[in-house]
Design a binder for this molecule. Structure first.
Ligand code: 5GP
Ligand code: ZN
Length: 113
């Protein structure tokens, strides 16, 4: 997957619309188009990485998780939330731009399907 044809890169460039809940220079968070929970936000680095296997920088990865924490706080997910990073075919990844799902607003059972 290259960044030109990537749907999340298009959201970053505002070429397709999304309901943005947070944005700064390096990250954007927006509502999932097919939510599976009352809160279902995707937090993504603006820089394109196909998935978790392909992000090299420890600093960038740390910043992503810190951003997830910040977004969860801003969304008032004080009762807890589920974070998911799907990677590759067996991970069920469908959009090949690294993203963290943040699910909240209901109880999430374990293990998932
Ligand atoms: P994955 O299965 O790759 O972890 O998750 C991709 C997620 O992106 C899915 O939950 C899917 O609903 C969401 N998604 C796919 N296309 C779009 C889109 O164009 N806009 C938004 N907001 N979400 C999308
Ligand atoms: Zn991308």
């Amino acid at each position: 997957m290259d960044s030109v044809s990537c749907i999340f890169c298009k959201i970053v460039k505002k070429e397709i619309p999304a309901k943005v809940v947070f944005e700064d220079d390096e990250f954007i968070a927006f509502n999932d188009v097919k939510p599976v929970s009352p809160v279902h936000v995707l937090v993504i680095p603006k820089k394109h990485h196909n998935n978790l296997l392909e992000i090299e920088s420890t600093e960038a990865l740390g910043k992503l998780m810190k951003k997830v924490q910040q977004v969860a706080k801003e969304l008032n997910l004080n009762d807890g939330f589920r974070t998911i990073i799907n990677t590759g075919d067996n991970g069920g990844q469908t959009v090949h731009h690294l993203h963290v799902h943040v699910l909240g607003g209901r109880f999430h059972k374990w293990p998932p399907g």
